[in-house]
Write a protein that binds this ligand. Structure first.
Ligand SMILES: [Zn+2]
Length: 463
């Protein structure tokens, strides 16, 4: 899935013509065969084999760059592709330049090109009902067929938003198949639930998808099993002689305080049941709330960018992203992630974000010493704080009641059932508050940031 292609990138999902050409060359060098939407759908319907290492190229939203740069490259490489067009935008000069009907007619008449409907207005279809919804599906199909003189058999959901009600209407409108997108990780088309929800990978996932298709490392496949309505429980366990105190359940939130306090003081007048000290912070001033790297919290609803000089040092560390429905840990990219728009691209309705120290457990695997790179003191034995997601999908905050190095901690947490865990500020800051009191073994250093858990509200069902 690609979006705009233009010489000067404006947002991170943009790609230049040179970069697109490089991707096409990669596809060629790796021996992949681009297939058409017809071939993919035929394969999914009947099992008729596709060529070896098939890939479908899709371009959404009908930008002028699709005619100026993409279409000539498709002809040069003889690659088929599908374009999702929303008709209200065609020929309009609002915002970014759009394709004109003339350009679309030329493209649509080429057997390499499949045109799919992407609605009339690019609205969130899950918010539309009755005639309003049907019009988006039926009218866009009719307009495209009239203007282009080709049958429109496929559909692309705007912003990837769909539900069972919407997919049923898409099918009823006469579409044979539809493409989705996910904010989190993509899946292979062959893993799709049905023809009305065909899975895609975002363009940045191309390399990983190729590696996995060729028997390389698995892509992370968690996230849809996040459980945010479990009761909150305190668990003190000892694994391999190391005592761990963990609180699991509820829904995760962060607080970026105005100054530095003990963790139990920060959550005293909130609805948080438990919290652990959060991101690293500047020790410069006793009363500073400066966190290292960018930070966004529900408490302030304010995005505070990280310092330009510090950010490059944090590249690749886990950027924690929390929304009402999702939790993601993605490698921090100083170029993309130091602005609210950049983190919103990673997780649409993000409410909380900060940069953690390192992955301890990733895809249920403890991390090796090499993975910590040059993180200062990762191999020291210290009291340590962490948070993550357990195998049941519940959020977990916790601390050790003994001094351990990071590699060992990852092994302990993996054994105790965490599938994802990242390290928080540790050593003298290590502190866990539960129901109003500190469960730390010593009086911890005051901190400006915490990761906590809010109890599920009875009666409010979470998906
Ligand atoms: Zn779109």
């Amino acid at each position: 899935m690609y979006h705009d292609v233009l010489p000067e990138k404006e947002v991170f999902f943009d790609i230049t013509p040179q970069e697109l050409e490089a991707e096409f060359r990669k596809i060629q060098e790796q021996g992949l065969t681009p297939v058409s939407m017809d071939e993919l759908v035929m394969h999914l319907k009947t099992g008729i084999p596709l060529p070896e290492k098939p890939v479908l190229l899709s371009f959404d939203d009908g930008y002028e760059g699709h005619y100026l740069y993409v279409y000539p490259l498709l002809r040069q490489f003889q690659y088929p592709a599908v374009f999702g067009i929303y008709t209200d935008k065609v020929g309009k000069r609002m915002g970014r330049s759009s394709l004109t009907w003339e350009q679309l007619q030329e493209m649509a008449s080429d057997p390499l090109v499949t045109i799919a409907s992407h609605t009339l207005s690019h609205s969130d279809l899950t918010q539309l009902f009755g005639d309003k919804l049907d019009q988006e599906l039926v009218e866009s199909k009719r307009i495209l067929e009239t203007e282009l003189g080709v049958p429109i058999r496929y559909f692309v959901y705007p912003e990837g938003k769909f539900d069972e009600r919407v997919t049923a209407r898409v099918e009823a409108a006469g579409y044979q198949a539809a493409l989705i997108m996910r904010n989190a990780e993509g899946k292979y088309a062959g893993e799709s639930e049905d023809l009305m929800t065909i899975e895609r990978f975002g363009m940045s996932e191309l390399e990983g998808a190729i590696a996995q298709a060729n028997g390389g490392l698995a892509l992370p496949v968690w996230g849809d099993r996040l459980v945010l309505n479990a009761p909150i429980e305190l668990n003190s366990i000892t694994v391999d002689d190391i005592p761990l105190v963990m609180v699991q359940g509820g829904r995760p939130v962060t607080i970026h305080a105005k100054s530095r306090y003990r963790v139990h003081e920060i959550i005293a007048k909130t609805n948080l049941v438990a919290a652990v000290d959060g991101g690293f912070f500047s020790l410069e001033f006793l009363d500073s709330n400066t966190v290292i790297g960018p930070v966004l919290s529900q408490s302030t609803q304010q995005f505070v960018p990280g310092k330009k000089g510090e950010n490059p040092l944090l590249a690749g560390r886990p950027l924690v992203l929390i929304s009402p429905q999702q939790v993601r840990f993605v490698p921090f990219d100083p170029e993309r992630h130091n602005a609210l728009a950049g983190i919103q691209r990673e997780l649409g309705s993000v409410t909380d974000a900060f940069v953690a120290a390192a992955w301890l457990v990733k895809d249920s695997q403890p991390q090796t010493a090499a993975s910590f790179g040059n993180l200062y003191g990762f191999d020291y034995e210290r009291d340590r704080a962490f948070w993550g997601i357990d195998q049941q999908g519940r959020p977990v905050v916790g601390i050790t009641h003994a001094q351990v190095d990071s590699v060992r901690l990852g092994q302990l947490l993996s054994q105790s059932g965490l599938r994802e865990a990242v390290m928080l500020d540790s050593g003298a800051s290590t502190d866990l508050a539960f129901e109003g009191r500190s469960l730390g073994v010593f009086e911890a250093r005051p901190v400006p940031h915490v990761v906590g858990l809010v109890a599920p509200q009875p009666g409010l069902g979470c998906k």
